[in-house]
Design a protein around this ligand. Sequence first.
Ligand code: ADP
Ligand code: MG
Length: 609
Amino acid sequence: MPDAAGHLPFYYGSISRADAEEFLKLAGMMDGLFLLRQCLRSLGGYVLSVVFNLQFHHYSVERQLSGTYVIQGGKPHCGPAELCEYYSKDADGLCCVLRRPCNRPSGVECQPGIFDNIRDNMLREYVKQTWKLEGDALEQAIISQAPQVEKLIASTAHEKMAWYHGNTSRDEAERKLYSGAQPDGKFLIRERKESGTFALSIIYGKTVYHYKIEHDKSGKNSIPEGTKFDTLWQLVEYLKLKSDGVITTLKEPCPNGSTSAGICSVRPTLPTYRQASSNLDGYTPEPSLGGETPRILPMDTSVYDSPYSDPEEVKERKVFLKRELLMIDEVELGSGNFGCVKKGVYKMKRRQIDVAIKILKMESENQKSVKDEMMKEAEIMHQLDNPYIVRMIGVCQAECLMLVMEMASSGPLNKFLSAKKDEIPVNNIVELMHQVSLGMKYLEEHNFVHRDLAARNVLLVNQHYAKISDFGLSKALAADDSYYKARTGGKWPLKWYAPECIQYRKFSSRSDVWSYGITMWEAFTYGQKPYKKLKGPEVLNFIERNERLACPTDCPKEMYDLMLACWTFKMENRPNFENVESRMRVYYYSIADKTDDASAASAKETTST
Ligand code: ADP
Ligand code: MG
C-alpha cells in the first residue's frame, strides 16, 4: 500500500529503534546524520532518528487527519520528504538541523511493516467478500480503489475480526472466556453497553482482566496510559507483539461464533446504499463535509463486472442478440459518421441492463463497407473484458445493424470536465486517468492497439469511474507483431498521433501511449482542445521542432512530467502502459486521501463562517 516515504533513500521502513541506531553508528555518528523509519503506532506515521553530540534523538512524525505530517510542536508539511527538507534548513526545535541523510547501504531493502502485510490481506479479503469478485475483476478493484477501500476498512475492519464480539457485557465476556480452554492471552474486544466505547477482556492465570479502551478527541484508541492507535485492529495487532501495560500479550482470539480464523467470513455490514443493488451508475453522491459518507465505488455499479460473469448468463451468450429482447429508447446519447447512439434496455436471462446502442445509418451510400467496419469493431470488443473498458453485449441485426454496449451514462470525459470545471478537483482527474491507464495496460497485455484514444472516447459511468470506448479504429495484433501498419492514411485524429503513426503509419501500444499523454492533457485542462492554433498536419512539424503542449494550469508536476514522457519522440524510448500505469498509481495513491480531506476541510470552513 502507499507509503509516502517509500521512494526516499534514507527511509528504512519498519525497523526497530535499536536497528536504526546501529545504522547510524555504521554511518559515522556525525552531527545531523539522520534516517526515517516507519512508526508502528499510527497509520502512516514515521519516526525521524537523528544523531547529535554522539547521541540519538528519535522524533515521532504523525500523519494528521488532514493528510499533513508534523513533529509535535512543529509545522505541518505535505509529505515526509518535505518535512525532512524543511528541517535540513531550520532545526526549529530539533536537536540540530538535518545535515546528512543516512542512506540505506546497498543490499539493504526497505522493511515492510507488520501492518503493510496485514493491510494488504485485509484489503483483498474485504474487496473479495464485499463485492463477490474473483480473478482479474478482483485484482483491478484492489489496484484501482485501494485508497478508498482502505478508508472503509480502517473504520469498520474490527467488525469483521474473529476477536470482535460487538455489544457484549462484562459478565457475558467472562462467561465466554471461561468456557472451554483458558490459555493465557485468550482475548476479545467488545463494545461497552452505554458508552459506545470498547473494552478488552483477556484471560491470564485463569482470571479474566478487563481494560477500557479510551477513544480521545482526535479519534485515537488506547489502553489508558498506553500507546495510541488510529484503529482498533492496529491496537490489537500491536498488543499481540507488546503487552504495553496489559497483563500479557494478546494470543488467540476468543471465537465469536460467526467467524472463522482471522477474518470473518460473513458478509460485512455495509452502509445501506451498498446493499441496495438498484442502478447506481451515473449517481454521484453529494460530497460530504466530513468525508463521512463513502462514495460510490466502481464495484458498486452494475457495469464493473461483466454481465456474463454470471454462469447462468454465459449459457445463453451469443454474439447476435434477439431483437425482441432489445428495447430502444428515443433518447440519443451521441452521434457520429456511422449514425447515432441511442439509449436502451436489454433483457438478459436474469436481469435487465441499461445499454447504449450504436445504430448504423440506413441511407449511407457505402452501406456495405460501413457495415463491415462496424462488424470489425464488434469483433474486437467481443474479445475484451475489463472493468475500465466499455463492454459489448452483442450485435443485433434487425431494421438496421446495431452494436449493443454497456451504458456509461455520464458521457465523454472532455465534455464532463468542461461542464464541471469548478466541481472536480485535480485528484479526481488523477483517479480517472489512472483507471484509463489500467484499461490501456489491459489492451497492451492482450496485444490490441486502440488508435483513437482521446478524452472524447473515454466515457464516464460516474464522476469516479471511467471506461475506454470507441474501438472503431482498433486492431488486434498478431502474436509476434509489435505494431500494425496501415495500408493507407485515413480520417485520422492527427493531433493525438505519435510521429511514427504520421510518418510511417506504424501503430503500436507505444503510439497509444502518446495518445494517452494527449488525453491526460485534455483532462488536466478540463476538456480543452490540444494545439488549438495548429492545423492537424502542422502538428508533426511542431513536434519535430521539439516543442510540446504546455503544462496545464494547476496541473501537478508529476503529471506533466508523465505527459512529457509519453511524448518521447522515439517510440523505443517511450514508456509502455505498464510503466505509465505504475507511475499513475504511485501518484494517485500519494494524493488520494490528502486532497479529499483538504477540500473537505475547506468546505467546512466556508460553511461555518
Ligand atoms: P464515433 O466512432 O463516431 O466516435 P463513439 O463510439 O465514440 O463513435 O460514440 C459516439 C458518442 O456516442 C459518444 O461520444 C458518446 O456520447 C455516445 N456513446 C457511445 N457509446 C456509449 C456508451 N457505451 N454509453 C453511453 N454513451 C455512449
Ligand atoms: Mg468517438
